[in-house]
Design a protein around this ligand. Structure first.
Ligand code: NZQ
Ligand code: ZN
Length: 387
């Protein structure tokens, strides 16, 4: 097990009715805030009304900014920064999913920075101060509610980039599974794929001797694989959403990767897909992940064989490691298909015309991954396998 630091300061409020606590939680930091959200879903579900009532009762004044889109854009971040400066707002409350939360983090980092907020995303520069943020989560998926990262798309170049800083952890995140009942099927499927991918990016590691981390990951993966189809079949079951929402948080709050190197190659490749084709992040991962596994398991079958046995319950009997690995990958592919997701680029309507460009951009900051270092040629090969 490698040395590590474990730090996650986000306070989690989990359970029924907890979004009504948002006013009290927010008032501990500010009485004058920006309330940020996405499209129509928040108001249609009645969550907007409950949040604004709770803020008002707690004596918190808010200005609001809606319109955050999936694969959130830099232009709205800039609008939010100007609004906070003009109105003297010193806290950003995100009500939504990863796109809203990542926009809130970007605004929070940009308000106190005299330069261009995009600097944080495309250079090594990091903020020295940020506004505090809070979250009311409405979709278990990105895990941004207690992560230190933000992912934003600069629309001029269709460039999707991220940065991490310990200052980006939200102060609190409210996780009420009841808020998930209104999720459309395609978002349930994409969100579940993203959660599973966050565990897998930590599970597929070149290091050994991390039994506890392995088994925590396996428990999380089995929970997701069991509950995601149940949520799709009946989106009104509290206990099912409770498992998925907690899994989504645990998958990306940092704990599951402790003691070993993680491997984020699939995420990096996917970001190129959603940057160019604007597909949902989780839907892109369902295409990239099996292809990445096929490529990398050829030279590292042992961990993929363990995945097949322990996560999908495949009997080892007298099978070779590479045979087990292939069976595990095929089970994962089938799982994504059961959720209604595509697992090839062709099905998603994506041809090979941009493969070279995507592979080049994916490795622009250096090779990807830790199980295997991927250069541009290796990324091209994975895109071919995903075809
Ligand atoms: O815009 P509205 O109308 O609110 O609809 C949203 C949106 O269309 C809808 N939705 C959310 N909650 C709902 C709901 N519809 C009905 N009922 C509800 N309760 O869901 C759609 C997708 O929302 P979005 O926020 O885009 O989803 P997600 O949470 O999957 O976030 C994806 C973004 O997060 C980034 C991704 O790259 C992507 O841009 N990620 C951020 C990470 C981080 N900061 O740590 C890590 C992740 O790996 C990921 O890269
Ligand atoms: Zn993700």
């Amino acid at each position: 097990m490698n040395n590590f630091i474990w730090y996650n300061p986000t306070r989690i409020l989990f359970g029924r009715g907890t979004h009504n606590e948002v006013g009290r939680e927010t008032a501990a930091y500010s009485r004058r805030i920006l309330l940020l959200y996405g499209g129509e879903s928040l108001k249609a579900a009645g969550t907007y009304g409950a949040i604004t009532k709770s803020l008002t009762v707690a004596g918190v004044e808010y200005r609001e900014l809606g319109g955050v889109r999936p694969n959130p854009r830099l232009s709205l971040v800039r609008q939010g920064i100007l609004l906070c400066r003009r109105e003297g707002l010193d806290f950003v409350l995100a009500a939504g999913g990863g796109s809203v939360i990542d926009t809130a983090k970007a605004i929070a980092a940009g308000v106190l920075y005299p330069g261009n907020v995009w600097d944080f995303y495309h250079t090594e520069k990091r903020p020295e101060r940020v506004l505090p943020t809070g979250v009311v989560l409405t979709i278990p998926a990105a895990g941004s509610e207690s992560s230190d990262g933000s992912v934003i798309t600069r629309e001029e170049e269709n460039e999707k980039k991220s940065f991490c800083s310990p200052l980006l952890y939200p102060k609190f995140a409210i996780l009420n599974p009841e808020l998930c009942y209104t999720l459309p099927k395609r978002q349930i499927a994409a969100g579940s794929a993203d959660i599973l991918a966050h565990v897998m990016e930590r599970y597929f590691s070149p290091n050994g001797n991390t039994e506890l981390s392995d088994r925590l990951c396996e428990a999380a993966m089995k929970t997701i694989i069991h509950n995601a189809p149940l949520a799709l079949a009946d989106p009104g079951r509290y206990e099912v959403w409770a498992e998925l929402m907690w899994a989504g948080n645990v998958a990306h709050n940092g704990l599951l990767g402790k003691g070993r190197e993680e491997d984020w190659a699939s995420h990096n490749i996917e970001h190129e897909l959603s940057a160019l084709y604007d597909i949902a992040h989780g839907a892109g991962l369902a295409i990239v992940f099996p292809a990445w596994m096929k490529a990398v398991s050829r030279r590292n079958p042992a961990r993929f064989a363990q995945f097949a046995e322990r996560v999908f319950g495949i009997e080892a009997e007298d099978k070779r490691e590479d045979e087990l690995a292939a069976l595990g990958i095929s089970c994962l592919d089938n799982f994504f298909r059961r959720l209604g997701l595509f697992t090839t680029l062709t099905e998603a309507g994506i041809d090979d015309s941009q493969f070279l460009r995507m592979a080049g951009r994916a490795v622009a900051g250096g090779s990807l991954g830790s199980m295997e270092k991927l250069d541009q040629t290796a990324v091209m090969e994975i895109l071919e396998l995903a075809r």
